[in-house]
Design a protein around this ligand. Sequence first.
Ligand SMILES: NC(=O)c1ccc[n+]([C@@H]2O[C@H](COP(=O)([O-])OP(=O)(O)OC[C@H]3O[C@@H](n4cnc5c(N)ncnc54)[C@H](OP(=O)(O)O)[C@@H]3O)[C@@H](O)[C@H]2O)c1
Length: 318
Amino acid sequence: MAASWNAKTTADEVAKYLSSEIKNKNVLITGASLGSLGGEAARVVAKYGNLVILAGRNQEKLDQTVASIKAESPDANLRTVVLDLTSFASVKAAAATVNTWTEPIHVLINNAAVTPLKDLTLTDDVESQFYGNFLAHFLFTNLILGRIKAAASADFSPRVVIVSSAAHAISPVRFEDYNFKDGSYNKFVAYAQSKTADILFSVELTKRYAKDGILSFSLHPGSIWTAGSLTLKEDLIQIGVLDKDGNVQAGAEEFKSLPAGAATHIVAAFDPSITGQSGAYLADCKVRNEIVAPHAVDPESAVKLWALAEKLVGQTFA
Ligand SMILES: NC(=O)c1ccc[n+]([C@@H]2O[C@H](COP(=O)([O-])OP(=O)(O)OC[C@H]3O[C@@H](n4cnc5c(N)ncnc54)[C@H](OP(=O)(O)O)[C@@H]3O)[C@@H](O)[C@H]2O)c1
């Protein structure tokens, strides 16, 4: 990790520095739409990597990302797979497709997130953000684990990178009421619950699959204006994070550019200096375990969440 990396460092700068690590690697990124953090991460990995697999819910959007990356890197080796995180059937179909491909997956970046909805919405009887952001990725990751294990060797440990958010601090996983049956639903709290689940998932992945040489990292990318965050602008004004003109208020995190927002993805995916810190939480291109809420790294909660996830997806994993 370069000592000078910070909140302004761009994904391009990190990828250039780590280009020899990215070389020959196959990477799968969920939620790789143009203008999103996943799309930006895919763009820079495609410059140096062997294969980038773009997973998203909409083939047209995936084609747009491919066209844009190809315009910049004509020789990029890109592949797409449709993956809709609001449907376990779609997740299983996507995983089945990935499993037909012979290449090992060196890095999986679980980056996609569903749109936070104003009113409580259930997907297959589960709160939609808990389902889309966490459960669907839990299922997808475990179903393609064979391809990830296949990338492990004496001198390389595959990585599962999980894009969480600093918002995780707002809520633990509500084990007794993850569906907000108590009537307290609030889209920020539901988002926070799903993002805490993401970090706990990384903690448990680290523990379970260390024997297979697999590493996992979770991260907060920063605050970046993207299609997803723009849907929250009015709410952020209402709760005082932004003033009425959209300026960041004192004490709130400054917004980053898209290239800076995707930089931590690249550090978590490729930086060899963090290999010995599997399970770590990153922000601003650095390991920042000291800023994680204790509820998001509690080992007992991580075990409990894994069991709950297996129950909800209807499948157990070793
Ligand atoms: N931006 C921020 O300030 C910020 C802060 C903290 C954490 N994050 C996290 O960073 C990650 C990337 O967010 P972003 O800001 O880049 O948001 P974004 O621009 O809205 O991108 C989200 C991606 O997820 C995809 N997605 C949405 N619903 C999906 C579904 N049902 N199935 C499959 N894919 C789906 C989107 O596809 P479509 O284009 O088809 O909608 C898009 O590719 C998320 O995990 C988010 O929680 C972002």
